[in-house]
Design a protein around this ligand. Structure first.
Ligand SMILES: *Cc1c(COP(=O)(O)O)cnc(C)c1O
Length: 368
């Protein structure tokens, strides 16, 4: 007797539309037999990892027959010192995606709901759905979060609000005053997950100061990652800062060894490599200028971005995406974010940005 697996799967799981990651370089190599591929599709650090992190990771490899420290003592100690928080207010994640899920699993359930913005990071709705809760999508304003709209869409059963700042894929940023008054307006029974994956790329003076708000808002969860400016996307590490009682709940649903030992060691080293972070920021600012100018020369509209990526308007995005692939450039289609006429490009090395802009000029010039 055969059974239909789909039928025995809970409806909220069946309804999940899988996350579409950026195309890996190796896949395009296999498909088109190309070499020298430029991947600007996943907002990775074009400088690679910090040399100090690499060295620490290599050293940690010698010990991989041992389980990692499930409490992540050294990494938490380093984070606590850097941000001036207590160790019991830190939750470590296998990437910050993991933390978004831990938050959803700890505080959501069937019968509850969470609010996020249109065009916001796709993982919010996935995490909410996996927890069996209802996702409420608030219409965006000028591609960014419309906090008033989000507030107006809170329901009696809403327990969580997700905010990406800057947001991916739009690169939009909310001002600190705006964010702070939103926090003040939200009932304490609703958790606010403030995803600051691109925080390290903000120009100076643009940091929200969210970490200093934790003391006043026990319902605030700030998430950060080592995947972007720190250049450790492949190792999967991120952290959340929250009230210790909130962190405790998230730790209850966390796998005991969710962050591997190599990642923990590399993250500790990366955190202290300030000069690498500075180089990454400087490269991003210069590359952002280069890409903006290139798009302006091609008379393509873009959404000004505070991250290490930019979304631009091309009309028939899927066709342009395919043409760019044939020219050895991988960017990110964002039709899944209700932006079918845009593509997102990550800021790369100067030569990579150059190759992207040349390929784009060719792609938009060709007749379809
Ligand atoms: C890249 C990104 C993350 C981080 O993902 P990791 O799981 O830490 O690699 C989180 N939020 C947003 C908005 C992102 O773009």
């Amino acid at each position: 007797m055969s059974i239909d697996i789909c039928e025995i799967t809970p409806a909220h799981i069946r309804a999940i539309f899988p996350y579409a990651p950026g195309k890996p370089i190796s896949e395009l190599e296999r498909e088109l037999g190309l070499t020298n591929i430029v991947k600007l599709a996943s907002n990775e650090n074009p400088l690679g990892p910090s040399p100090k992190a690499l060295e620490a990771a290599e050293k940690a490899l010698l010990d991989i027959s041992r389980y990692p420290d499930g409490n992540g003592f050294e990494l938490k100690a380093a984070i606590a010192e850097r941000y001036g928080v207590s160790m019991d207010s830190i939750v470590l994640g296998n990437g910050s995606n993991d933390l978004l899920e831990l938050a959803a699993r700890a505080f959501l359930a069937p019968g509850l709901s969470a609010v996020f913005s249109q065009h916001a990071f796709a993982v919010y709705s996935l995490a909410v759905q996996s927890a069996g809760a209802k996702g409420i999508e608030a219409p965006a304003k000028d591609w960014g979060h419309d906090l008033e709209m989000m507030f107006s869409m809170l329901e009696a059963d809403t327990r969580m609000v997700f905010i990406a700042n800057p947001n991916n894929p739009t690169g939009t940023l909310l001002g600190k005053e705006e964010l702070l008054s939103f926090l003040k307006s939200i009932p304490p029974s609703i958790l606010i997950v403030l995803d600051e994956a691109y925080n390290e790329y903000l120009p100076s003076g643009f940091d929200s100061g969210s970490v200093s708000w934790l003391a006043d808002f026990p319902n605030l969860i700030v998430t950060r990652t080592f995947s972007k400016a720190y250049g450790l996307a492949g190792l999967r590490t991120g952290f959340a800062l929250a009230n210790p009682a909130v962190a405790d709940m998230m730790n209850r649903v966390r796998q005991p060894f969710n962050v591997n030992s190599v990642a923990q060691a590399a993250a500790v080293a990366a955190l202290s490599d300030i000069s690498f972070l500075e180089r990454s920021r400087a490269l991003n600012f210069a590359g952002m200028e280069q890409v903006r100018k290139g798009l302006e020369n091609l008379e393509l509209e873009y959404i000004p971005s505070y991250g290490n990526f930019l979304s631009f308007h091309v009309g028939h995005a899927q066709g342009i995406y395919q043409k760019l692939l044939k020219l050895g450039v991988i960017v990110r289609p964002i039709a899944g974010y209700a932006m079918p006429e845009h593509l997102r490009v990550s800021i790369g090395l100067e030569s990579e940005n150059e190759k992207f802009l040349k390929a784009l000029e060719q792609a938009v010039g060709e007749k379809t």
